[in-house]
Design a protein around this ligand. Structure first.
Ligand code: GTP
Length: 589
């Protein structure tokens, strides 16, 4: 029965659709034709091969030709040749579809040669090749059939049944469904399991009716099923009419199986002669490796019959034959089992390797995620830091602005923008101390606007404010950068001149007086003249005390006011009268 499935495979491949013979067709069409007819029309296949051999081919076309050659060798039973032809294709960059076809064929070749380990390894390659294939695809379903046949051959019937059952559920053409039913029934027979689905027997008959050779195999497995179930009459009813047909088909495995199953039924039905006739036919066959199990059973059955007849010599001879075959068969079974276990071990090792790789992969992914999380955290931290810095900067800016504002308010006069009295007192005190320590000259110009009340009263307070601003601006132009200029009263200003004696101060005062008098008041909307009176003193006259110098400058200012205003007066500590200067600069007598 084992060889049986090699024939099923070949028979299944042989039963495909028709061929179109065209002359001078393009090479690619010729290859397509070869792929179509390879399994169904060996004669046409031979023509295709000859035609291709005569053409100059690209490397890919040559790969197809090589495949056709190897495939034909396998079909003709030259499995050694097929192996030598097909194996080198694996080293070449052949198209994926062709690789699947080569792999399928090699699995059959290896099993036919009893090279179970290579067969199993190639099954593994096949599984990887079709890993991405759709279940509805031809590649996937053909691979299922090849695997189911192979597993049944190495007597891994549970695996064979699993693949055949999947094929039965998926197959959308009758040929594949036929093959699936045959493989399922055979595996269930060997596993001594009930039929599932229970319509399998009728299904196999219906699905295989269009394919004579497959139909013959289906009949054989159905009959064996009835033998397993003890339905001996059914075995006879099914097989007896087919024996002649099987003989004519000249398929030894089929004849051996059918004859043994029918003989077994006849013997149990006590129809000894029919059983003996069928079994005797089997002794004509050469001992073929794959038929050893069935033939050994046939010899045992025949020996039982001879012993029952009392022909002990014949029985012993037959039992010797049975033992020889049985021994050989068991060796074969052992080698299959060893190959299977070895392949399983290799697969387990591969799976472990894959598991290791995937766990390493997971570790890498976790590391990557951790890294990404760290980057995210860093980003968050930097954002927070930036935000904190921004808040800090804003806080510092606002504090600084407030501080500047407060400083402005504390040190400057809001109307004119020059120093206020408080700040002037502080700065002037420090400047005088410094001048005293460094023995530098220092002088003071104190001035007060003339009749300012009248300006306010005549043109309004706003106009008075405008005039005060213009005065401050004009005198600031005259004063130096390091002079301390301040508004120390309503319409009273003071300039402390560091490093200057009273001569320079008198000059500065006069320039200020002229600058004030020249202020153009038209922009205020009115036309009037601003004037001021000046009092001057210095360290020579008043010493370095601010209070003293202010008082002396004020006294000089008083003199200026008294002498008619709009003039500059120098403090004179020795004289009863203060020296006066008229607006034109001439002394007052
Ligand atoms: N518009 C304005 N007027 C001010 C300000 N501070 C003081 N004054 C006014 O300045 C005037 C000073 O008047 P007085 O002290 O009588 O002196 P005067 O009119 O300038 O006369 P003499 O000093 O004697 O020449 C007052 O009317 C104050 O109200 C101010 O900030 N703005």
């Amino acid at each position: 029965m084992v060889r049986f499935f090699s024939y099923i495979c070949i028979g299944w491949l042989v039963l495909c659709s028709g061929v179109k013979a065209e002359e001078q067709i393009p090479t690619n069409e010729l290859i397509a034709q070869g792929l179509q007819v390879r399994s169904e029309d060996p004669a046409r296949m031979a023509i295709v091969i000859t035609e291709l051999e005569a053409r100059s081919l690209s490397s890919t076309e040559t790969y197809y030709l090589t495949f056709f050659q190897g495939y034909s060798e396998a079909l003709q039973g030259n499995f050694d040749g097929a192996e030598v032809t097909l194996e080198p294709l694996f080293e070449q960059p052949i198209p994926h579809d062709l690789k699947v076809l080569v792999t399928n064929t090699l699995v059959n070749v290896y099993s036919a040669r009893g090279n179970w380990l290579k067969g199993l390894e190639t099954i593994d390659v096949l599984t990887q090749l079709i890993a991405g294939a759709e279940k509805t695809s031809e590649d996937y379903q053909n691979a299922l059939a090849v695997k189911a046949i192979f597993y049944n051959q190495i007597e891994q019937y549970k695996l064979g049944l699993t693949h055949a059952t999947e094929l039965f559920g998926l197959a959308d053409n009758t040929r594949r469904r036929c093959v699936a039913t045959i493989l399922m029934i055979d595996a269930l027979n060997k596993l001594n399991l009930p039929l599932s689905p229970n319509t399998l027997l009728t299904d196999s008959k219906a699905e295989c009716s269009g394919f004579p050779m497959l139909s013959a195999f289906a009949t054989a497995v159905r009959a064996e099923r009835h033998l397993v179930d003890g339905a001996l009459d059914m075995v006879v009813a099914i097989l007896q009419p087919k024996i002649a047909e099987f003989e004519a088909a000249d398929y030894p495995p089929l004849i051996i199986d059918a004859n043994y199953v029918l003989a077994n039924a006849y013997w149990q039905l006590e129809q000894k002669n029919q059983a003996v006739a069928l079994l005797s036919r089997l002794t004509d066959f050469d001992i073929v490796d794959v038929n050893k199990a069935r033939l050994s059973s046939a010899y045992q059955l025949l020996a039982d019959i001879r012993r029952a007849e009392g022909d002990l010599n014949a029985a012993i001879e037959l039992m010797d034959k049975h033992a020889e075959l049985r021994h050989s068969y068991l060796n074969n079974v052992t080698s299959k089992l060893m190959a299977y276990q070895l392949a399983q071990q290799q697969i387990t090792e591969k799976e472990n390797e894959i598991m290791l790789l995937s766990s390493q992969n997971e570790l890498l992914e976790t590391k990557e995620k951790l890294l990404a999380a760290n980057v995210e955290n860093d980003r968050l931290f930097i954002s927070l830091l930036c935000f904190a810095l921004l808040v800090l900067c804003m806080f510092m800016y606002r504090t600084r602005r407030n501080h500047t504002r407060l400083k402005q308010l504390a040190e400057y006069d809001a109307l004119t923008g020059v120093f206020n009295r408080g700040h002037f007192t502080q700065l002037a005190g420090t400047a005088l101390e410094y001048a005293q320590d460094s023995k530098q000259a220092v002088s003071m110009v104190l001035f007060d606007l003339d009749l300012f009340k009248k300006i306010n009263d005549t043109y309004g307070h706003a106009c008075g404010d405008w005039a005060l601003k213009q005065v401050a601006e004009a005198c600031q132009q005259v004063a130096r950068h390091n002079d301390v200029f301040a508004r120390i009263g309503g319409e009273e200003f003071c300039i402390l001149l560091l490093g200057c004696d009273c001569d320079v101060a008198m000059d500065v005062a006069e320039k200020c007086r002229v600058a004030i008098e020249q202020i153009d008041t038209k922009p205020s909307g009115y036309n009037f003249t601003i004037r001021a009176s000046f009092g001057v003193s210095d360290n020579q006259l008043s010493g370095y005390k601010l209070g003293r110098m202010l008082a002396d400058a004020d006294e000089a200012l008083y003199c200026a006011k008294s002498s008619g205003r709009n003039t500059v007066s120098l403090y004179d500590p020795g004289a009863e009268e203060t020296a006066l200067l008229r607006p034109d600069g001439s002394p007052v007598t």
